[in-house]
Write a protein of this length. Sequence first.
Length: 472
Amino acid sequence: MVRPEPYRIKMVEPIRLISREERERRIAEAGYNLFALRAEDVFIDLLTDSGTGAMSDAQWAALLRGDESYAGSRSFSRLQETVRELTGYRYVLPTHQGRGAEHVLFPLLITRPGQLVIGNLHFDTTRAHIQLAGGRPVDLVIPEAYDTTVDHPFKGNLDVDRLEALLKSTPRDAVAFILVTVTCNSAGGQPVSLANLRAVRAVADKYGVPVFLDAARFAENAYFIKMREPGYAGRSIPSIVKEMFSYADGLTMSAKKDGLVNIGGLLALRDDEDLFRRCQARLVPFEGFPTYGGLAGRDMEALAEGLREAVDEDHLAARIGQVERFGRWLEEAGVPVQRPIGGHAVYVDAKRFLPHVPPHQFPAQALAVELYREAGVRGVEVGSFLLGRDEEGRQQTAPMEFLRLAVPRRTYTDNHLRYAAEALERIMARRDAIGGFRIVYEPPVLRHFTAHLAPVSAGCPQPFANELLTED
Ligand code: P70
């Protein structure tokens, strides 16, 4: 039986498909980097689910109730109360977005250069903030995550045996903390089970290591637990959410995802008053006074409402159901995707889609460019292009080459996604003719946002800044 969305649409924003010739010109002008496109030249934007969702009428109304007092804002109190209720954590600090929370917290936990931050799979900005704070990110997701053809209900799980082996063989002061990302973005929006979080907590306690959650998509994770984890079908989403957070000492959150707002972030701690004071001391110079921390009062008000809507089961069923249908249409068209379909996006396996394009010619980027050319649809590469270089400047090879098609919340209809799926089906039929790319300009950190590329077949017009790109 069809389960319709639990909302109707009150406002629309026109979108427009420019001609194929224009698209060809625009993407070449953008240096084949989809981040450099003007958004108005994009028809359907699946670049990210971050800050791109539609707010509800209740959230728009909340904006008008925002208390813009510099200190002691009523909107902060409301946000604090909501976060306390959802997480069971005592200390709540608003930040301008997720990376703001990372920037405040990580340098306080990474106290010596080279300390490890162990996670399932860290996402790009998180990885960058660990490194900027002097730490070393370590990914210990279960091996099933790396095989897109294998079905596993919790592909975001951290490999607890390897975690224990690592902690056993490493001096305690060489490890800063554990950070579990729920859902696990880099693995394909894959959930982490409660059993896994519980096991991580037990091992962490044995070795005295703190545990944090990177909680950008905490509500989607909870929905998967309810659907898939034995014993949880009858439990409410808020009670699952609370149990998830009970296994950690604190969270960083980009509220632009499950928080259902266009900007915002959170740092919250269960009960460590000393760490809270030190976070507060960093929050003030970098983000803002503790009762706004980089957000307007209206933003906090909208976020408080968004967090309540995020844990509504009907919302989650519609949201995850839509992403699931999108994935199914792609699979039916023969497009190889990460299985099972994740919570916020479908991840096309570009290694299998373009097996003739080697990793260092960025097959997922080639596919992203081709999808824009074909249909004006914008996705994003999550592979070697995004991963970047190692400390010696060598191009690293990502374990997976994904074209991520992220679905903004409550924003596109099924027809928009069907159109994107049909475009990929057409590209599939002529995939042998699609070639790779190389980089002609790149900045040193988080290069994928601003790098320029050129098709490999077109030769290299400028002196190459990156001879190191060749694979051997
Ligand atoms: C995304 C965006 C952000 C993110 C995240 C997790 C698990 C922290 C953050 C940082 C980033 C992005 C990627 C490609 C295109 C556009 C944007 N993820 N933790 O889409 O949060 O952005 O608020 O500082 O996924 O996955 P913030």
